[in-house]
Ligand binder design. Structure first.
Ligand SMILES: CC(C)(COP(=O)(O)OP(=O)(O)OC[C@H]1O[C@@H](n2cnc3c(N)ncnc32)[C@H](O)[C@@H]1OP(=O)(O)O)[C@@H](O)C(=O)NCCC(=O)NCCS
Length: 157
């Protein structure tokens, strides 16, 4: 569990990335990337982003909610995807992460294929418990917008 002496800056929390090659076993009946596989990759990178922020054992984290998972473009077999997770809200026991997926392009083009907000909870013996991470409110306008969006998403039930 994280327990820094002074609050960290939101802007300094680490982002986590993963890269996946879309193979035959990742496809749906249309022959394009299966939503369930993409959801798995999104949840995984979100989990690792939360873990990197809290520096805790995986035993102490669970995914509570996937908010607003959008599949904006289909992805063909043979494509490579880069996923990037970033902490956008820190609560007392929970953390909300924004995950975006982009085509992994040598030219660096970054049209978002999929994005989602996900909330993870720090647990001890199966119960939600404070994670101990304290952050200053975000400074950059981009992260401020995401903090607000995460709060709105968390309110929607
Ligand atoms: C995660 C779990 C322990 C939380 O238990 P709980 O009794 O609901 O916990 P709380 O009500 O104390 O809420 C915990 C945190 O989640 C937040 N939360 C609760 N419901 C939420 C929701 N629907 N959306 C977003 N955040 C929510 C709370 O605000 C709180 O965050 P905070 O302390 O940072 O403010 C429990 O729901 C659980 O075990 N779920 C199953 C998890 C799982 O198996 N995941 C894998 C799925 S395959």
């Amino acid at each position: 569990m994280s327990n820094p002496e002074t609050p960290l800056r939101m802007d300094d929390l680490p982002a986590v990335e993963s890269v996946h090659l879309v193979k035959s076993l990742d496809l749906n009946h249309h022959g394009t990337l299966y939503a369930g596989r993409m959801a798995e990759w999104v949840v995984e990178v979100g989990f690792l982003t939360t873990r990197a922020a809290l520096r805790c054992s995986p035993d102490h984290l669970v995914c509570l909610r996937i908010h607003d998972l959008d599949f904006r473009h289909r992805v063909e077999k043979g494509a490579s995807l880069r996923l990037r997770g970033e902490v956008v809200h820190v609560g007392r026991t929970s953390i909300t992460v924004h995950v975006e997926a982009f085509p992994f392009q040598p030219d660096g083009s970054e049209e978002t294929t999929t994005d989602a907000l996900l909330t993870y909870v720090h647990i001890v013996e199966g119960e939600a418990r404070p994670h101990g991470l304290e952050v200053e409110p975000p400074e950059s306008p981009r992260l401020r917008r995401w903090w607000k969006a995460a709060l709105e998403a968390r309110k929607r039930r």
